[in-house]
Design a protein around this ligand. Structure first.
Ligand SMILES: Nc1ncnc2c1ncn2[C@@H]1O[C@H](COP(=O)(O)OP(=O)(O)O)[C@@H](O)[C@H]1O
Ligand SMILES: [Mg+2]
Length: 481
């Protein structure tokens, strides 16, 4: 009976999110660093849901995430929301710290009828709220009870019904169904004891040499389980599908997180500033300095974002606001001589000079035109990268970085304007020229104008397009100085 809605939601999610599970795993691994076991445990539950095979009368999966602070517990659920629905906002997050008192728990389910003001109390957990966090990519709701150890005991009792039968009865006696939800509980239960294992000098003195990583994993897992059993009743613990213990992050993971944050900052600069964008150049020592400041065994990577924001994003924003950064220039972020702060400096050093033999990416499914342009440009000593589709083009640029791109508007697997934007985002200095046999839609026309993508109407002369590319490359190089 309940099969029907499930199948329809499945076919809907299949149609728009055809990515196989390996993709979800790799997307998640890039967002949540250094916790492979976590992802390996969660992804099969999502596959099960997508296949329409999730059991009835209970949530699709219930996970208790434990481990030291700042190791990615909350981040995991946000990353899942981004991967499944396209935004970390598609997540129903209950901060359990707000429900420390018994009477506050009523906010979750709404007051029973007859109570003063019951009509005004909108329950935080309603069917509508669960639906609101799904998307046309997936019908799965992600529900996060964050830092559950802080909540009043009645919250755990309320959750017991959710975990057990997949339903929650609200104050007005209506029922919320969690059959299409993944429920995450996070907690730092045992985190203090874990700290003593990870960093024996923290609080307690230890004469032993540190444990190996495997021993540590095992120890943390045991500490977590003991703490969970102490805090929650056996029936509660039994209804959790997986208790997952997060590992302390190592230097390599911190590095990957910093790189990821800096890449995000660069994409943000590229999208927000468009043609006025510039390159943020953060050398290795600066990245190490940010790691030293922003990470600790006590708080993991929790302070890293704030550190980057304070020392890098904020001063950069000030420079931009004061018009101190020219388009296409480079801002180099170096350590101040006293190593106490960072210096941001605009350089044009390292700026690519006008290439006399530029590398040009040609994307068109018209082979005759491709071959003709390729031959002609090769005769002038230009290097050509050719692709017949958008996906082909993305693969080509993952190996080679062109100076300019000549893109057909109509590609077999998509639209050239979209491809142009993606390429520009990963290569802010790329000169893009669109080719079209027809007129562009007004929105696309506007995008081309905004990003400074000139549009060449077919037919055109090959010399025109080559002059156009030469001129633009020369123009960019002089603008960057
Ligand atoms: N494993 C991780 N991968 C990527 N970023 C992480 C990771 N762990 C922590 N971070 C960074 O630190 C911040 C805090 O992590 P969070 O998930 O809130 O920690 P907690 O484990 O205490 O819930 C995140 O927003 C993210 O910037
Ligand atoms: Mg957290």
């Amino acid at each position: 009976m309940t099969d029907r809605p499930k199948t329809s939601s499945t076919s809907r999610s299949r149609r728009t999110a055809p990515e196989p599970a390996e993709d979800l795993t790799s997307v998640l691994s890039s967002k949540v660093v250094g916790q492979p076991n976590v992802i390996n445990v969660i992804v099969p539950y999502i596959d099960m849901f997508q296949a329409g095979l999730a059991p009835e009368n209970r949530p699709v999966g219930v996970f208790l995430l434990l481990g030291p602070t700042g190791t990615g517990k909350t981040r995991t659920v946000e990353a899942l929301a981004e991967a499944l629905h396209g935004s970390s906002k598609n997540l129903l997050k209950i901060d359990c710290g707000e429900f420390q008192m018994e009477h506050e728990v009523a906010k979750l389910i709404g007051a029973p009828p007859g109570y003063l003001g019951h009509r005004e109390t909108q329950p935080m957990l309603s069917q509508q709220k669960l639906t609101a966090v799904t998307s046309d990519k997936s019908a799965l709701s992600l529900v996060l009870f964050d830092e559950i150890e802080k909540a009043a005991p009645s919250l755990t009792r309320l959750l017991l019904g959710v975990l057990d039968r997949g339903i929650l009865r609200l104050g007005d006696n209506s029922v919320v169904n969690f059959e299409k939800s993944l429920v995450f509980l996070t907690s730092n239960l045992g985190a203090k004891e874990m700290m003593r294992e990870i960093n024996p000098d923290f609080g307690f003195q230890s004469a032993n040499a540190g444990p190996t990583r495997d021993e540590l994993t095992q120890k943390l897992q045991n500490i977590a389980l003991v703490a969970v059993r102490k805090k929650f009743s056996p029936e509660f613990v039994n209804r959790i599908d997986h208790v997952i213990t997060y590992q302390p992050l190592n230097a390599e993971s911190f590095s990957a997180i910093v790189d990821h944050e800096i890449d995000n900052l660069q994409s943000h600069v590229n999208t927000r500033l468009g043609a006025r964008c510039f390159t943020v150049d953060v050398p290795f020592e600066t990245r190490q300095w940010l790691i030293e400041r922003g990470t600790s065994s006590e708080y993991g990577a929790r302070e890293l974002k704030r550190t980057i924001h304070k020392h890098l994003t904020q001063p950069l924003a000030t420079m931009v606001a004061k018009n101190q950064v020219e388009a296409s220039s480079k801002v180099r972020v170096e350590l101040a001589p006293d190593h106490e702060s960072l210096n941001l400096r605009v350089t044009s050093e390292g700026e690519a000079p006008v290439p006399s033999h530029p590398t040009v990416l040609l994307v068109d499914d018209n082979r005759d035109l491709l071959q003709f342009l390729e031959r002609l440009m090769a005769e002038s000593g230009w290097e050509l990268l050719v692709a017949e589709s958008a996906s082909d083009a993305r693969r080509v640029v993952s190996n080679r970085k062109p100076n300019a791109a000549l893109l057909d508007y109509m590609l077999p697997d998509g639209n050239g304007v979209e491809l142009a934007q993606q390429l520009r985002q990963s290569m802010p200095n790329l000169q893009v020229i669109m080719m079209t046999g027809s007129v562009l839609a007004p929105e696309e026309e506007a995008i081309c104008e905004e990003h400074d993508f000139p549009v060449l109407r077919k037919p055109f002369l090959a010399t025109d397009v080559m002059n156009q590319i030469r001129g633009r490359l020369a123009g960019r190089a002089s603008a960057g100085r």
